[in-house]
Write a protein that binds this ligand. Structure first.
Ligand code: HEC
Length: 224
């Protein structure tokens, strides 16, 4: 080792460092700990009544619950007008989050169901055709029976877009002659299919010439 004085210096530093520990280890309470300082024996004070955390003031209860009091309402909230954008967004979100089980047409024959998951009821039955809009919002928000909730994956606004799309889907599958009276049906109804693996279908490429075939006397064939 070095000079004996250097050793002393190191020792001194260690001793002094020990004295500073109290700054690192101050008296404090962990959340929800008990303390006899306050009469209610809680170490933490409860927030003032009516305190709302930032971003948590959900004044418009209908927008966040789909309910008026305890019952589902049957209208779209003012924040989400029904227009082409809303329906397009709803279709996109529905096809992502709901179609794996409910299928793109909503008959409950989604891919996961075909692989053994519980079969959801079809949307195209009177009970669900008559169910108020807020009911669908509530099922997404809180789940339903075997179905998990989607509150954390789908923000409220998108949930409403899906609600609007489901209603459109129901109308599209239940339209009778009366709804189209006097009108020409513009085109055949689209055939819905479950998407495949997601891979692009193979494209038939023209057979490539034998290696070396394009060189030599038939070189001009290249300019097609
Ligand atoms: C993992 C599969 C799965 C997904 C994904 C799913 N559901 Fe369901 N859903 C079910 C099943 C299963 C039921 C039937 C549950 C039961 O009866 O216990 C159901 C039932 C329902 C019902 C009918 C409730 C009733 O009154 O019978 C609605 C409406 C519904 N789902 C909407 C949705 C919407 C909207 C989405 C997308 C945000 C969605 N579901 C995503 C499986 C799913």
């Amino acid at each position: 080792m070095g000079h004996p004085l250097a050793c002393l210096g190191i020792l001194g530093t260690l001793v002094l460092a020990g004295c500073r520990q109290d700054m690192h280890d101050q008296p404090r309470f962990k959340p929800l700990a008990e303390s006899d300082f306050y009469a209610d024996l809680r170490a933490s004070r409860t927030p003032v009544e009516g305190t709302v955390a930032r971003g948590q003031l959900h004044e418009d209860a209908y927008f966040y619950t789909g309910k008026i009091g305890a019952n589902p309402g049957n209208y779209m909230p003012a924040e989400v007008p029904v227009n082409a954008d809303t329906l397009a967004r709803g279709r996109e979100r529905f096809n992502i989050y709901c179609a794996p089980c409910h299928s793109r047409v909503g008959d409950g024959n989604g891919m996961i169901v075909q692989r053994g998951y519980r079969h959801p009821p079809t949307y195209h039955q009177d009970r669900l055709r008559q169910a108020p809009l807020g009911y669908f919002f509530d099922v997404m928000t809180n789940g339903f029976g075997a179905m998990p909730d989607y509150a954390s994956q789908i923000p409220p606004r998108d949930r409403w877009c899906i609600v609007a799309y489901i209603r459109a889907l129901q109308l599209s599958q239940a339209a009778g002659a009366a709804e189209i009276a006097g009108q020409q049906v513009p085109s055949a109804a689209p055939a819905f299919e479950e998407p495949g693996s997601g891979a692009t279908p193979a494209v038939e490429l023209p057979a490539s010439p034998e290696p070396g075939a394009e060189t030599g006397s038939h070189g001009e064939e290249k300019q097609r």
